[in-house]
Design a protein. Structure first.
Length: 272
């Protein structure tokens, strides 16, 4: 049996809604459905109750599972209530998917922090399905199997995230995604609709470090990579990694790595 026969993708795409959208099917969908909320919010039915699907949440449905999806105006921290919902979705079938599904109890909504790897796999699947001249069902099927196994690994690594920890992981995700830009603690807190003081407390409780220190650590790791592998001027490295000025960047870089950015560039390239 070929890979594509064991694991078949019927449809893979991206949707972005700025108008109301509602779908309710008690008989469910015909195939397995994996839907990743990438932007904004939507609502679905989980254990008989309507629940909010946040950015990063993954919806999982087997054939004949009751399916409900609603997209309407939501209140966000900044601006007026608006409709804003983006998602990647994959409809698939085949004996491999059936066997994978049976391995675990699959919730309707899997609440895990956004993974760049998961997001990249969804994007790659969509791009592969759009190829006209050189499409390969086997390649698409392999990507889907990797995606499913990555989902299982995330469930094992973070088997039970409490509501408080979930907020902390969403803040961590925000920091990692926006590290190269200037932002404030207020922006991080607003991302999860809580106060700054509560955001600071939850983050420290979950990760044992402050938001500010974690931001700087992420930015410094980005800067270290650019210093080593790119010809970019050091001042430009500082700017593109989200630091407000080079003086501050120079000081905390030396504190973290024991040498200045210029000295680190010379040392790291001598090792390559």
């Amino acid at each position: 049996m070929t890979t594509s026969a064991a694991c078949h993708i019927l449809s893979a795409g991206f949707s972005f809604h700025r108008k109301p959208f509602h779908m309710s099917r008690s008989e469910g969908v015909q195939y397995y459905l994996l839907r990743l909320q990438t932007e904004g919010r939507s609502r679905t039915r989980e254990n008989g109750a309507i629940t909010t699907v946040e950015s990063g949440d993954l919806m999982l449905f087997a054939p004949n599972d009751p399916y409900y999806l609603s997209i309407d105006k939501e209140v966000y921290p900044v601006g007026k209530p608006r409709i804003e919902s983006g998602d990647y979705h994959i409809f698939c079938s085949g004996p491999w998917i059936e066997e994978w599904w049976r391995r675990k109890q699959r919730p309707a909504v899997l609440r895990l922090p956004m993974s760049d790897h998961i997001l990249g796999l969804f994007r790659q699947l969509v791009l592969e399905q759009r190829r006209l001249s050189d499409s390969s069902p086997d390649i698409s099927a392999c990507y889907l199997q990797i995606l499913c196994m990555e989902i299982d690994r995330l469930m094992i690594d973070q088997p039970a995230i409490s509501p408080k920890a979930y907020l902390a992981y969403r803040m961590k995700q925000y920091v990692e995604e926006h590290a190269s830009y200037a932002f404030r603690l207020e922006d991080v807190a607003a991302h999860v609709d809580i106060s700054v003081s509560r955001a600071v407390h939850l983050f420290k409780e979950a990760f044992g470090t402050t938001i500010v220190k974690y931001v700087n650590d992420v930015r410094l790791d980005m800067a270290r990579e650019k210093i080593t592998f790119s010809p970019m001027p050091l001042e430009h490295v500082s700017e593109t990694c989200g630091f407000a000025n080079y003086t501050y960047f120079h000081r905390i870089f030396r504190s973290r790595f024991g040498m200045s950015p210029k000295e680190y560039r010379i040392h790291s390239r001598a090792q390559v």
